[in-house]
Design a protein around this ligand. Structure first.
Ligand code: NI
Length: 186
């Protein structure tokens, strides 16, 4: 496995629509997923999309750490997950704001509206179908990573750039006892 350099905002690969993967069980797809997981771990991230390591193909990896999961239905901790050709559909219309960062946009975080509940589908590395319902942080990280496959960055989703901050200034947005540690760095 190899830790790969990350494409950062400005690299045109982050703005391309990534190509579907014809055979999820192909060896080169397994290698790509392994390298992405290794890179995600090295960067201490919770998600990564193939275009972020310079590969314009529809593959994402993510995890939901216990510290980020709300524990509500469909927002429990999730181990490292690989999804090939993921697709999302919202469940309901409720949209919630939440803090996000991105390994391709280092040192910043912003308040991003996302669907609170989604259903997502894709394939595993053995070609099996995977279908899950997700809420809260779990739903947020999947929406963030699938956006990468369509050339969309979280900044594009923001409604108010006053809620864009450097990590080191983030504490100004936390009122004492008003807000738990907000999610970041999907
Ligand atoms: Ni990202």
């Amino acid at each position: 496995m190899t830790i790969l350099p990350l494409a950062r905002m400005g690299n045109p690969i982050l703005r391309r629509v990534a190509a579907p993967i014809e055979d999820p069980a192909a060896p080169d797809v397994a290698q790509l997923a392994a390298d992405m997981l290794e890179t995600m771990r090295a960067e201490n991230g919770v998600g990564l999309a193939a275009p972020q390591i310079g590969v314009s193909r529809r593959l994402i990896v993510f995890r939901v750490p216990a510290a980020r999961a709300s524990g509500r239905t469909d927002d429990e901790p999730v181990g490292e997950t690989v999804l090939v050709n993921p697709e999302i559909e919202p469940i309901g219309t409720l949209v919630s704001p939440g803090w996000e960062g991105c390994l391709s946009i280092p040192d910043l975080r912003g308040m991003v509206p996302r669907f609170e509940r989604i259903r997502y589908r894709g394939r595993t590395l053995t070609g099996d179908r995977i279908e899950r319902e997700a809420a809260g942080f779990h739903a947020r990280v999947v929406q963030h990573e699938v956006d990468h496959l369509d050339g969309i960055l979280y900044l594009d989703r923001m409604h108010d750039l006053k809620f864009l901050t450097y990590d080191e200034e983030f504490h100004h947005f936390l009122e004492p006892a008003a807000e738990p540690e907000a999610p970041h760095d999907p």
